[in-house]
Design a protein around this ligand. Structure first.
Ligand code: 16G
Ligand code: MG
Length: 544
């Protein structure tokens, strides 16, 4: 390691002169792009060190997902395609908060602490979304990687889930798939096409309208469009010709429960919104009264669970199925999966890393955040069992067919992380097989009306929660207040949590009345404002 070079270049081009304090949050470092140059340089170095430590390739993705175009961010991807290990998030924080004078000291300390061989091989796989600031930040990351003697594999402009896929492929010696974007498109498309039969469908809609948030997902979706044109017809809008994430994309549609810009308004058209780095997906349609119906992450998860409950018994294999949700999951979805389908549900805090790990405890673990981020993870033993069953000549033809179908489902899913386009292929497979249109999909259960609000407080770190963020421990008295408010509403539920990505407290409320829910949310927001040092005007409680 050439510390002198690292130090010189740091001071000369990537000085930490910025007064911004930033933290490696739920999705890495994220802030205005102009504050990130030194962060990228340092993350390039950290990725290299982590690669030396793990003796495997590490991913580095430059994206700020659904944030506005002027923001950007960086997150590291661990060798198995998962989010960076928690202990290393702290190192990332120490490294980024170090002054120019402290940088080398922090680096040396990390290297000594982890006993890292400085001359070990290192590979960092890099990708970025379509943000204009991406190329400047990429340059900074590459400088960091090269100066710490790592090899760079730059895949250019790709989606976040594609980067995760590439990391897994490279670290499994291509067992997971071919480590190219073409390999990714082919693996998913072939699995999808394999499960299409020529049966005539009455209700299934092969036409879909995809809002790509004017982001990188449009590029990936176009590649699928070409491969799948005989099965599904994907009409892409917000395809990059407009402003990234501006009044479009999965986050916008979910939060505002409204149509994105340029959306078709014809009733019952099957529409999809993905986010700026294509790791979230929401289905939606509008009815003849122009009312927008959202089929969010909860409903997608419920569809997948419904399908697996039917398919898995047909394979004859003994496979335990489970779902992971967060506090945001609509109560109706929780009820449907646990009470009607009798499938166990675990709850975790918000953030993919928590859901992902919890899902790995099941043989087949489905996880989804209501905001549309989710996937399915399969235990390695299950994948091996499925492959062995296909080769087993003693099983019945019916079982073999179901098992082959299931193995294609496994191949269609990007297990490393939520992947909007892979999820889309899975949903389309299920709808096709069930011969359902989007309205039939919507009918699996009816969402409880719900509302989200934001409250600004002096210091959101005083808010402490437990029980997967469903219980507020501090400030004292706030949970009791929430409980007493909620008790006045039929099927009422509410919780609050400090945001991991914005300087605000989030409020979620649901109950069985679409008007009353606004009141409940405002009452809870007011309680937060009063008991947690709110700043700015107090939330106003609507009259009815
Ligand atoms: C990040 C998380 C997402 C979570 C969101 C919550 C990842 C990859 N992304 O975008 O899962 O829902 O943060 O944001 O983990 P909040 O803390 O501001 O509510
Ligand atoms: Mg995203």
């Amino acid at each position: 390691m050439d510390y002198l070079l690292i130090d010189n270049i740091s001071r000369k081009y990537y000085s930490n002169s910025c007064q911004h304090k930033i933290q490696y949050g739920t999705a890495g470092f994220r802030t205005r792009a102009e504050h990130l140059n030194y962060v990228l340089y340092r993350m390039g170095i950290l990725a290299t060190i982590r690669s030396k430590f793990c003796a495997a390739a590490i991913g580095l993705m430059i994206t700020a997902s659904h944030n506005e175009e002027s923001d950007n961010g960086v997150k590291l991807v661990d060798p198995s395609g998962e989010m960076l290990e928690a202990a290393w998030e702290n190192i990332a924080n120490n490294l980024v908060s170090a002054s120019d004078d402290e940088l080398i000291h922090v680096l040396r300390e990390t290297i000594n602490h982890y006993n890292i061989k400085e001359d070990a091989e290192a590979t960092v796989i890099v990708g970025r979304d379509t943000r204009k600031s991406g190329s400047m930040l990429l340059e900074a990351a590459i400088k960091g990687i090269e100066n710490s003697k790592g090899n760079v594999r730059d895949f250019g402009i790709i989606t976040t889930p594609q980067l995760h896929y590439l990391v897994v492929c490279i670290n499994t010696n291509h067992q997971y798939g071919d480590p190219t974007i073409e390999g990714y498109i082919s693996k998913l498309s072939n699995a999808f096409l394999g499960n299409r039969n020529a049966q005539e469908k009455k209700q299934y809609q092969s036409q879909l309208y995809l809002d790509a948030a004017n982001g990188v997902g449009a590029i990936a979706a176009r590649k699928f469009t070409e491969k799948l044109e005989n099965s599904i017809n994907i009409d892409i809008f917000n395809d990059g010709s407009g402003v990234l994430n501006s009044k479009c994309g999965a986050d916008y549609v979910k939060i505002y429960q409204t149509l994105p810009l340029n959306s078709p308004t014809e009733p019952y058209f099957k529409c999809i919104s993905i986010d700026g780095d294509a790791d979230r997906i929401i289905y939606y349609y509008s009815d003849q009264f122009q009312k927008v119906h959202l089929l969010d992450g909860d409903k997608i998860a419920a569809l997948i669970i419904t399908y697996f409950k039917e398919l898995l018994p047909l394979t004859g294999l003994s496979i335990q199925l489970g779902l992971v949700q967060t506090a945001y999951a609509n109560g109706a979805s929780t009820n449907y999966v646990s009470e009607i389908l009798k499938v166990p549900i675990s709850f975790t805090s918000t953030g993919v890393k928590y859901l992902h790990h919890e899902a790995q405890k099941f043989d087949v673990g489905v996880y989804f955040e209501a905001n549309g981020h989710g996937t399915v993870v399969f235990k390695e033993e299950i994948v091996n069992m499925v492959h062995a069953a296909i080769k087993d000549e003693t099983i019945t033809e019916k079982k073999r067919k179901a098992t082959i179908k299931f193995s294609r489902i496994i191949d269609m899913i990007n297990q490393s992380v939520g992947d909007a386009l892979s999820d889309m292929l899975l949903v389309e497979t299920i709808l096709y097989e069930k011969d359902w249109n989007v309205e039939m999909f919507d009918r699996i259960y009816t969402d409880l009306p719900n509302k989200q609000l934001k409250v600004k407080v002096k210091d959101r770190s005083i808010i402490k929660t437990e029980n997967a963020e469903r219980t507020c421990l501090s400030p004292i008295g706030l949970q009791q207040k929430i409980d007493s408010l909620v008790s006045l509403y039929s099927k009422g539920r509410a919780f609050i949590r400090p945001s991991g990505t914005e300087d605000i407290v989030r409020v979620y409320a649901e109950c069985d009345d679409a008007v009353a829910v606004n009141k409940l949310a405002a009452e809870v927001a007011l309680a937060v404002h009063q008991l947690a040092d709110g700043i700015g005007p107090a939330p106003v409680i609507p009259n009815n």
